[in-house]
Design a protein around this ligand. Structure first.
Ligand code: FUL
Length: 423
């Protein structure tokens, strides 16, 4: 058998991959101006949430099964959600709490109380700051902002660098990465600089299949096919994160746009094609101008969590093991419609192709075939009455090490040909 020579995750990456689902939270000046990309000219006067409650955001995330929460501390419009010393374009200049509020602090506290991970998004592109035109001056400015965030709010689990608007612009990445390493060595770095996680390449929340954890590059933004500039020719373990807003193409809240709220069915499909393809899902649920998650959005994300639990909390049976074949006896013949596979990724992603078979009336029948497993692969198929399930690894690099093979009867009914194609 060949030896596994591929990449392996760091401890921090492994922990992050186990989190599987996070909530993205776009909140800021845009929330009050019915826009997605402010130009940085809206007055801080407009930032006035009337019932701000970050606990409601974070509790909802937690109840929905999200294990981390990422806030836009500064979006492209340059408005800072914390009272920064770097600019007066921040919450400190707003009427909210007489300028004494701090959205970043409120979210950090709520995440700590609820016991979920906290991450921050700090847009490199800044449409407000005049220094943006002067590369060296802006690099200092950005480093100062990042330092405030890295040092003032406790442990950060992820730092999100958004490439949008930065196409063709160079920042001082060695300095930025040194700051992250010094102040938050455990934080995962999203897609720019020296990333430890990568963008999946679309804003639909879905990963292609296979989506290997090992990659050399990722797309920088929706506005270019260029990679983020970290391509150095060496394949690395950089798992993908799939981000998507719960309202179609609205990262920020807009009045009267409830009709864009994705259906539960759509979100479940997104889950299968993100987490079910071994990636993390970062689902954006945007607070409204009261500073609360809208009731309908909160309800929908809770329904999603509930449905995921309903389908996958209790397996019919499970096993783990090494080698090319793994048998899972189900005892009595029972109906199954899903198999969930996980590799022990601390040893890398070794499986290259596999088949899942079911013992039906004493004979083995193939249910599905796949390639990548990695952190997780969810396979759904038409309900089959079986007395056992068998994993057959068809191709592998090194000895396959399966963390778990689980069979489920999720009662989802027949799977359409279209769903099968997309699995
Ligand atoms: C994009 C941004 O331009 C959007 O406004 C949003 O923040 C999304 C997550 O990333 O690149």
């Amino acid at each position: 058998m060949s030896e596994y020579r591929g990449a392996r995750p760091s401890e921090a990456q492994r922990r992050w991959q186990d989190l599987e689902m996070g909530m993205f939270c776009h909140f800021g000046m845009n929330t009050f101006c019915d826009q997605e990309w402010g130009e940085g000219r809206d007055s801080p006067e407009r930032f006035r949430p009337t019932a701000f409650d970050a606990r409601q955001w974070v509790r909802t995330a937690k109840r929905a099964g999200m294990k981390y929460f990422i806030l836009t501390a500064k979006h492209h419009d340059g408005f800072c959600l914390w009272p920064t010393a770097t600019t007066d374009y921040s919450v400190a200049a707003s009427p909210w709490l007489n300028g004494r509020g701090d959205v970043v602090r409120a979210c950090a506290d709520a995440c700590r109380e609820e016991g979920i991970g906290f991450g921050l998004y700090l847009s490199p592109w800044d449409r407000h700051e005049p220094k943006y035109a002067d590369k060296a001056a802006y690099d200092d400015f950005y480093a100062a902002q990042l330092t405030e965030l890295l040092t003032g709010y406790g442990p950060l689990m992820e730092v999100w660098f958004d490439g949008a608007g930065s196409e063709g612009r160079a920042y001082d990445w060695p300095r930025i990465m040194a700051l992250v390493r010094t102040h938050q060595p455990e934080a995962l770095v999203f897609n720019m600089g020296a990333p430890t996680i990568r963008w999946v390449g679309n804003e639909d929340g879905v990963a292609p299949y296979p989506c290997w954890n090992t990659a050399e590059a990722a797309r920088l933004s929706m506005f270019t096919h260029a990679s983020a500039g970290w391509l150095d020719g060496t394949p690395k373990w950089v798992p993908a994160e799939c981000d998507v807003p719960i309202r179609e193409q609205h990262w920020f809240w807009h009045p009267g746009a409830e009709d864009r709220l994705h259906t539960l069915e759509h979100l479940i499909d997104v889950y299968y094609r993100s987490v079910g393809h071994g990636c993390n899902l970062l689902l954006n649920v945007a607070p409204d101008d009261r500073g609360l998650l809208p009731e309908a959005d909160a309800r929908r994300v809770l329904e999603l969590g509930e449905e995921i639990r309903r389908r996958f909390a209790v397996p019919l049976a499970q096993t783990s093991g090494t080698g090319r074949e793994l048998l899972l006896e189900l005892g009595e013949e029972t109906t199954l419609d899903h198999v969930v596979l996980q590799e022990e990724i601390r040893h890398g992603e070794r499986i290259r192709s596999y088949a899942i078979e079911a013992r039906i009336d004493g004979a083995w029948r193939e249910l599905v075939r796949g390639s990548a497993v990695g952190h997780k692969k969810i396979d759904a198929f038409p309900p089959a009455p079986a007395s056992a399930v068998r994993l057959r690894v068809l191709e592998a690099e090194g000895e396959p090490i399966v963390r778990s093979l689980r069979a489920y009867d999720a009662g989802t009914g027949p799977v359409t040909a279209d769903q099968r194609r997309r699995i």
